[in-house]
Design a protein. Structure first.
Length: 191
């Protein structure tokens, strides 16, 4: 639990009492690779702190085509935020790409805590700010960078990305085909 407390304190200072209150509305879990933590069209009620492992978030079309939206590494919060806030079915699937250790947090109970606990409210606001900044960076990258540059940015964000994530998932995240990604990799190897 010390790691979890350090993660939260790196975001904003919280007291031992607040940490205990957050632990009381959550559960530590281990999930296997391939586990869907949030399923398509499921109305979620949990948000997650990824303590160890790798998770992807993707959109699945009616035709079954998948589009990767994001990858989450250890020490990351994730969840289908719009679905949680609006209490509606999720448009996204969150799937473990490796065996993961997670802290599953009851969203409604955390929101109730935030109403009376300023530290929890500040923590929630800081996490939302981080989500927004990551979303904005991803949007800017998609709009303004060439595929090669997006790939290089991903390599900076996730060291050893090519060993951790299958090529077709990386290509989908970059908005290109696996063949295009293969060409980018070959050009990078030559340089």
């Amino acid at each position: 639990m010390q790691v979890e407390e350090e993660i939260l304190n790196a975001i904003t200072d919280i007291s031992d009492e607040t940490f205990k209150a957050l632990i009381n509305v959550s559960e530590l879990k281990t999930v296997k690779s391939g586990t869907q933590l949030v399923k398509l069209n499921e109305t979620p009620n949990k948000v997650y702190l990824l303590l160890n492992g790798l998770v992807r978030c993707y959109l699945c079309t009616e035709a079954g085509k998948e589009f990767n939206k994001s990858f989450y590494l250890s020490n990351s919060f994730f969840g289908s935020l719009t679905a949680l806030m609006k209490n509606e079915p999720s448009q996204f699937v969150f799937e473990a790409l490796s065996d993961c250790e997670i802290r599953e947090i009851d969203f409604i109970k955390v929101m109730k805590l935030a109403e009376t606990n300023l530290s929890v409210s500040k923590l929630y606001n800081k996490i939302l700010q981080r989500f927004y900044m990551l979303y904005e960076k991803r949007l800017v990258d998609l709009i303004s960078l060439e595929a090669k540059d997006r790939y290089e940015e991903l390599q900076k964000q996730i060291p050893n990305v090519d060993k951790l994530i299958p090529q077709y998932h990386i290509a989908s995240y970059l908005g290109i085909t696996p063949v295009q990604l293969s060409r980018i990799r070959k050009k990078n190897e030559k340089n």
